[in-house]
Design a protein. Structure first.
Length: 576
């Protein structure tokens, strides 16, 4: 159906910007340089506790979705205490409950995603091929594509029925060790792994060496204790493995100390004051290393709102996240771009650990740029491609172009970038402001790419840099589009206004306007109270070295009458 002429496309409402909350916890890591004997003891303890924790998780899944008072945690903890200890049992039951609740939330998210996909396919199947409905729904191009979508709808409907059945029963599917690693077992050749290497990773992922912190306990944790002065690590052995103890009271001490170089002062403050600190012992079979992670909760910080930042007149760094790079621009309090465009590359290929390191390096460079330009915060888009990925081709294009676009969207590390930036910016003393991503790329490239390129002839300005300016302006509360009639940067004009604020712009003096009547189209830029203002009989020529000359003649805007003209000897052209 052809689009009706004169019908304007309705733009969706743009949400207000908001400040991203500060992190609520901290986690640091140090390496444990254990000997072969100590590594064997850690492996035995982790396998023993991991086996009983998985059995407890199976019992929790069997109970289904029940209230917290009916999850039978006390009887389960009592049975686990007999094969470990009271504190180990508490950590295992807590981990089982957290994992169960997380899996249930994932089921609800999957159900919502499948429902959206089913609705989209059904809406398009209801329209004949090559046509459009009154609700603007487009039918599929060919009968072959329509047939494939009918089969796809049956698959989605079956998956949705299975998910709803699991939600109703309250029994999610949980794979201890990770489902991705489990599926790798059937594709060892593609993963370039041997069966022995896969078995080492699988066993390492199923170890359980987690001890919850306890306020008032020695150094914040009795099960796994780290001495603040010396860094010595000791742990309580489970009851069946007490014969391996090398310290009093069934404890096992490691010969390798830890220091926690990163955020060491914060950890020392908590450990010295006997405040709760959680410890996790992790094994990396690829590198053959053991690590000790320390984590704790921090008090919620009160961050300034976008309105407060705007009232202070602070600078912001607008950032546009893309698949392979970050485009950024510094904006002054009025929303004007300052300096040159900034491009930070991001390599998304390679192993996951390397990608995370490259992302951290890119964020570190952004923070350095923000501090160098005295910016108070960083403005980013509140991106989330969950809805788009759920429907896939139905909303993100078809064919070769759509496939390329979907791959580009899948390669953008939105969630990881947001979490890393939130944490690193908070510790750097910067605020992160999230804005609505609606039309930032379109309007930024349309209204800002050409002016930015004109002012930065030595650098290459792309539409992504224009989008970063649009993001920063939206975070500052300004309109994305520049106000018309704004002059470009000049040596004599240090501060120029490019905001969308309502302000009077004085008209340039020094030249006379051509005579025109009331029917002459008005070019804008000058307020005309009456017709007399259109005639410049005595132009006030501007002399910048000596100022402005005084006006001569009448200052009134009332036109002279024929009697006055006759009295003064002035004859009009229309007089007889």
């Amino acid at each position: 159906m052809a689009r009706r002429r004169g019908r304007k496309r309705e733009l969706r409402a743009v949400a207000a910007p908001f400040t991203v909350s500060a992190p609520t916890g901290a986690r640091i890591r140090d390496r444990l340089r254990v000997s072969a004997g100590e590594a064997e003891v850690l492996r035995l303890v982790g396998e023993h506790l991991g086996r009983h924790q998985r059995a407890d998780l199976a019992q929790r899944i069997g109970l289904g979705r029940v209230a917290a008072k009916d999850n039978r945690r006390a009887p389960r903890k009592k049975s686990l205490t007999a094969v470990s200890s009271s504190r180990w049992a508490g950590a295992m039951t807590r981990a089982s409950e957290d994992q169960y609740q997380l899996s249930v939330r994932a089921l609800f998210n999957e159900r919502s995603s499948l429902r959206r996909a089913v609705r989209t396919v059904e809406k398009r199947l209801a329209v004949p091929c090559g046509q459009r409905s009154k609700s603007r729904a487009r039918g599929y191009s060919t009968q072959a594509e329509r047939f494939e979508k009918q089969r796809r709808l049956q698959v989605l409907t079956g998956r949705l029925a299975g998910v709803e059945q699991r939600i109703e029963a309250g029994r999610p599917t949980i794979t201890a060790g990770g489902r991705r690693l489990l599926k790798t077992r059937h594709n060892l050749a593609d993963a370039r792994l041997t069966e022995a290497e896969w078995r080492q990773r699988w066993d390492a992922a199923r170890l359980f060496l987690t001890a919850d912190g306890e306020s008032g306990a020695p150094h914040g944790n009795y099960t796994i204790t780290v001495a603040p002065e010396t860094g010595e690590v000791s742990m309580v052995l489970p009851e069946p493995l007490r014969h391996l103890a090398n310290a009093p009271r069934g404890r096992y001490e490691l010969s390798c100390p830890v220091r926690f170089s990163h955020r060491r002062e914060e950890w020392l403050d908590r450990a010295t004051a006997n405040r709760a600190v959680r410890y996790d012992i992790v094994h990396d079979p690829v590198r053959g290393r053991w690590y000790l992670d320390a984590s704790w909760a921090v008090e919620a910080a009160v961050l300034p709102t976008p309105e407060e930042i705007r009232s202070r007149g602070e600078r912001l760094l607008g950032v546009d996240l893309n698949a392979e790079h970050l485009a950024a621009y510094v904006l002054d309090p009025h929303g004007n771009p300052v300096g040159e465009p900034i491009t930070v590359p991001i390599a998304v290929e390679g192993p996951a650990s390397q990608r995370d390191g490259r992302l951290r390096a890119a964020i570190s460079r952004l923070l350095a740029v923000a501090r160098a330009h005295h910016c108070t915060g960083i403005a980013i888009e509140d991106l989330g491609f969950g809805d788009a990925r759920a429907t896939g081709r139905e909303t993100m294009g078809r064919g070769g172009r759509g496939k390329k676009f979907r791959r580009t969207v899948a390669a953008i590390p939105t969630a990881r970038f947001r979490e890393r930036l939130r944490s690193m910016a908070f510790h750097a003393g910067l605020v992160v402001i999230a804005v609505d991503p609606a039309y930032t790329s379109v309007w930024g490239g349309r209204y800002w790419k050409a002016p930015l390129q004109q002012n930065n002839r030595q650098a290459t300005v792309t539409g992504h840099h224009g989008a970063s300016v649009a993001i920063g302006r939206r975070a500052l509360g300004h309109r994305v589009r520049r106000r018309p009639g704004v002059t470009v940067h000049d040596r004599r004009i240090v501060a120029r206004r490019a905001t969308g604020q309502a302000a009077l712009v004085p008209r340039a003096r020094g030249a006379a306007s051509p005579p025109r009547t009331a029917s002459t189209p008005h070019g804008g830029g000058k307020t005309r109270p009456c017709r007399g203002d259109q005639l410049a009989l005595f132009p006030d020529l501007e002399d910048r070295s000596r100022g402005h000359r005084a006006l001569t003649g009448p200052a009134s805007c009332v036109l002279p009458t024929p009697a006055d003209n006759a009295k003064n000897g002035v004859r009009r052209l229309t007089d007889p």
